[in-house]
Structure formats: C-alpha cells, structure tokens
Design a protein around this ligand. Structure first.
Ligand SMILES: *[C@@H]1O[C@H](CO)[C@@H](O)[C@H](O)[C@H]1NC(C)=O
Ligand SMILES: *[C@@H]1O[C@H](CO)[C@@H](O)[C@H](O)[C@H]1NC(C)=O
Ligand SMILES: *[C@@H]1O[C@H](CO)[C@@H](O)[C@H](O)[C@H]1NC(C)=O
Ligand SMILES: *[C@@H]1O[C@H](CO)[C@@H](O)[C@H](O)[C@H]1NC(C)=O
Ligand SMILES: *[C@@H]1O[C@H](CO)[C@@H](O)[C@H](O)[C@H]1NC(C)=O
Ligand SMILES: *[C@@H]1O[C@H](CO)[C@@H](O)[C@H](O)[C@H]1NC(C)=O
Ligand SMILES: *[C@@H]1O[C@H](CO)[C@@H](O)[C@H](O)[C@H]1NC(C)=O
Ligand SMILES: *[C@@H]1O[C@H](CO)[C@@H](O)[C@H](O)[C@H]1NC(C)=O
Length: 383
C-alpha cells in the first residue's frame, strides 16, 4: 500500500529555490551598467549579433527555437504558440527570458510534461531528439526541464555538456536509454541534476566510472534513481563524496534488476556535511546498518524502505538529531528500538511498518513531541 501512494507522486516536482538565486544587488547593478555599455559596444562591432527583434527575443534565438520545434515530435501540439516570424519568442509556451545583462535572452525552457500521470488525458509528451543541437544557440540557457517527455530510448547526447550555463537540468522520467555521457561533468554551474528514470522502459547505464561527477562542484541536488549503476557501483560513494555542497541525494534502486554496492564501512572521510536528504530505497543492503550513516549529521530525511537492511537499529541513530523524516518500511529490523530514537525531537514522520520489532510498544515514543505521522503496522509488536 505504501508503494501505491508513493507511486502516485510521479512527476510531482518539488519547488526549488533555483529561480531565486541570491546575489549582491549592489554589485549586480554596477555590473549591469558596465555590461550595458559593453553590450552597446559589441552591438556596434558585431552588427547582427546583438540586434533585438521588435518584440523582445533575439532573432537568432527565435530561429533556434523554431528549428528545435521542427526537429522534435509534438503530437499534442503543446508548442502551438511557437510560430514563425514577428513573434516575441519570450511569450511562447515554456520559454522564459531574462533581461539581466541589458539584452533579452532565453534563460529557461520549461517543457516538462506535467500531464504524464493523468493517464486519462491525451499523452502530451514531446518525443524524439529532445536534446537537439539547435539548443546550443541558446547561449544563456540556465534552466532546462524536459521531464516526463519521451526520448524514445535514444541516448542523452554528449552535446549536453556544452550547455555550459545550465544551473538546472531535469531529464527525469523521460525515457532515455543507452549510456549517460560523462560530458555532463562539464556543467560546472549545475545546481540541480535529475536523471531519475522511474517508469522508463529502458535501463540507462552509467559507464565504468562516476568520476565525471566531481566536475559538478556546485551541485546541490542529485537524483540518479533507477539508472543502471552496476558497472560504476564500486565507486558511487567516493564519487558523490566529491560534491561538498550536495544537500539531496536520491539513489533509489530496484530490488530486482539494479543494485548498488553499499559498503558497511569506509576507508575515507565522508565530506557530505551538507547532506539533508538521503534516499537509498530499494537497494539491497543484505546487511546491518552501515556505520558511516551516523556521520551524516545534517540529515533531516532518511529513506531506506525495502532495502533488506537487518538487525537492530543502532543507538547512533541519535547522532542524526536534525531528522524529521525516517522511513524504514519493509526491512528486516529486529527490536528493541534504541532509546536514542525517542530523543530525536524534530521527528515528524516515522515509518517502521513491515519489520520484526517484536517487543511491546515502547513508551519512549510518547517523548516524540513533534511526531505527526506514525506507521507501525505489521511490525510484529505485541501491544
Ligand atoms: C532590458 O533591460 C534594459 C536595461 O534595464 C531595458 O532598457 C530594456 O527595456 C529591457 N528590455 C525589455 C524587453 O524588457
Ligand atoms: C567535456 O567532457 C568530456 C568527457 O568528460 C571531455 O572529453 C571533453 O573534453 C569536455 N569538453 C570540454 C569543452 O570541457
Ligand atoms: C572531499 O571533497 C574535496 C572536494 O570538494 C576533495 O578534494 C576531497 O578529495 C574529498 N575527500 C575525500 C576523502 O574524498
Ligand atoms: C545493468 O548493467 C549490467 C552490466 O552492464 C548488466 O549485466 C545488466 O543486465 C544491466 N541491468 C539491466 C536491468 O539492464
Ligand atoms: C565519522 O565520524 C567519526 C567521529 O567524528 C570519525 O572518527 C570517522 O572517521 C568518521 N567516518 C567517516 C567515514 O567519515
Ligand atoms: C546475503 O548475505 C548472506 C550472508 O552474508 C549470503 O549468504 C547471501 O547470499 C546474501 N544474499 C544476497 C542476495 O546477496
Ligand atoms: C507482514 O510482513 C511480513 C514480512 O515482513 C509479510 O510476509 C506478511 O505477509 C505481512 N502481513 C500482512 C498481513 O501484510
Ligand atoms: C521521556 O522523557 C522523560 C522526561 O523528559 C524522561 O524522563 C524519559 O527518560 C524519557 N524516555 C525515554 C525513553 O527517552
């Protein structure tokens, strides 16, 4: 049942503060004045390059978008507002322009298919070569959302690494296949990367190494759920450990096909001091809890459901004193639960269903004053 409601969150996107980047306003205006001067200078020199079409967007960028539209399939005509000449492309569906440097540039393409989960609506997916080279002409593109569309099993092309201004890239649930290109590691400004392949018909693979991740030194959010990591499984944790700003890591596996190697202990120091969310659901641990988990002291959310993790929950769970959300659904946990668990005063959500706790209902649970959701079904407690 828990599986059912989790699955219903398909294509739900959490609000992400990327669009409110923090910057120093004073410096910004100073730079703006300088850049406007520079822009006018360059327009004089370069002629065509800087010319803004009558209604805002650059001719060159509008042409690129029209080329993009012609290159992909849009059976439900979602892009019908993308029409030829004379239009301001900044007003087209899914296109957001910024005017930060004195010239209007396409900065965001929000083409995520939000209709995906509504099975009774016509399928609104864009299809085909969704990372078409025409996108390279959008040289100020910061945010690209192609989630829940359909790459039709084709590979993410290496050119993705040349969209070098990208801060936000969402290719989740978009049915790509093949190998993830290491060129992604060239996107050094990236804050948010979602390659989660839930519901994909294909099992896209990561090559032999995840070393390219270390290029993404500004990354805050990473989702590689349901990618076939088996060839790079040996070094996923040391690769992720090179991302000092990482706050959210989602690596849901699939208990049947795909599994990552989860070491019980580490021979290197864990850098992940900013990590607030760790989701390793559906990877088979076949062991007790790895001891490095308790070093992730910034965690507010820990999801380890259906991992066949076994044994008693160690007292070190009390180290994670920022935890608000703990999900250990469907494991092989045995009781008794440690008293340190009842000291996690921020805990609002606790799911222990489908385990083998096997002692009487611990009264310490009454001490969890923030708790608003508690599941204890089928965990062989005697009440
Ligand atoms: C873009 O910004 C510049 C400078 O602030 C301003 O002069 C111009 O009118 C703006 N263009 C549009 C289309 O908003
Ligand atoms: C991008 O990454 C690939 C693979 O990691 C590399 O071969 C290539 O040189 C990089 N390109 C640039 C422009 O940095
Ligand atoms: C920690 O991260 C830094 C880069 O941010 C890296 O240079 C260092 O090697 C990492 N430490 C380990 C043990 O991986
Ligand atoms: C994942 O990759 C491994 C190694 O290349 C392969 O043996 C396995 O069949 C793949 N799994 C799936 C589900 O495609
Ligand atoms: C975890 O923290 C302890 C104590 O602070 C430290 O000794 C240990 O090396 C850390 N382990 C890792 C994997 O970082
Ligand atoms: C789990 O671990 C046990 C012993 O450690 C081993 O015999 C068994 O094959 C493992 N199962 C899987 C699925 O890896
Ligand atoms: C309770 O959980 C066990 C394994 O965790 C499972 O085999 C059993 O079917 C569950 N019982 C019910 C009533 O769901
Ligand atoms: C619950 O809180 C009370 C009062 O603060 C304390 O005496 C008791 O030891 C706590 N119980 C557990 C199991 O933490």
């Amino acid at each position: 049942m828990a599986t059912a409601w989790r699955r219903s969150t398909l294509c739900f996107r959490e609000p992400w503060p990327l669009h409110h980047p923090q910057y120093c306003r004073c410096c910004y205006y100073l730079r703006l004045v300088l850049l406007i001067g520079l822009a006018f200078f360059l327009m004089e020199v370069a002629g065509v390059e800087g010319r803004v079409s009558s209604k805002g967007c650059l001719q060159r960028e509008r042409d690129a978008l029209l080329l993009y539209k012609a290159a992909i399939k849009d059976p439900s005509a979602r892009l019908s507002s993308w029409r030829a000449q004379g239009d301001d492309c900044c007003a087209w569906t899914g296109v957001v322009c910024h005017n930060r440097t004195g010239s209007v540039r396409v900065a965001e393409l929000n083409l995520g298919n939000t209709y995906h989960e509504e099975r009774n609506l016509p399928d609104m997916a864009l299809r085909g070569e969704l990372l078409h080279p025409s996108l390279l002409s959008l040289s100020h593109l910061q945010s690209l959302d192609l989630s829940c569309n359909d790459f039709e099993g084709t590979q993410i092309p290496p050119l993705v690494g040349s969209l070098h201004k990208l801060r936000y890239l969402d290719l989740s649930r978009s049915n790509f296949g093949g190998i993830i290109p290491p060129h992604l590691g060239n996107l050094t400004d990236l804050r948010y990367l979602d390659l989660g392949s839930h519901d994909n018909l294909y099992f896209p693979k990561v090559g032999h190494s995840l070393d390219w991740l270390s290029g993404l030194s500004s990354l805050i959010y990473l989702d590689m759920s349901y990618l076939n990591l088996s060839d790079a499984s040996h070094n996923w944790l040391s690769a992720v450990n090179m991302l000092p700003s990482l706050q959210q890591l989602h690596l849901q596996g699939c208990s049947i096909n795909i599994n990552i190697n989860i070491p019980l202990s580490l021979n290197f120091h864990l850098n992940l001091t900013s990590l607030t969310t760790l989701d390793l659901t559906g990877n088979i641990f076949n062991s007790s809890f790895p001891n490095w988990l308790w070093n992730l002291t910034s965690l507010s959310s820990l999801e380890l459901w259906r991992t066949e993790i076994g044994g008693a929950l160690p007292a070190e769970i009390g180290n994670l004193n920022s935890l608000t959300h703990l999900d250990l659904f469907g494991n092989l946990l045995s009781g008794p639960l440690p008293d340190t668990l009842w000291k996690l005063k921020h805990l609002t959500y606790l799911l222990l269903s489908y385990n083998f706790l096997g002692n009487s209902l611990p009264m310490g649970i009454m001490n969890l004053s923030s708790l608003s959701t508690l599941y204890l079904d089928n965990c062989s407690l005697t009440v």
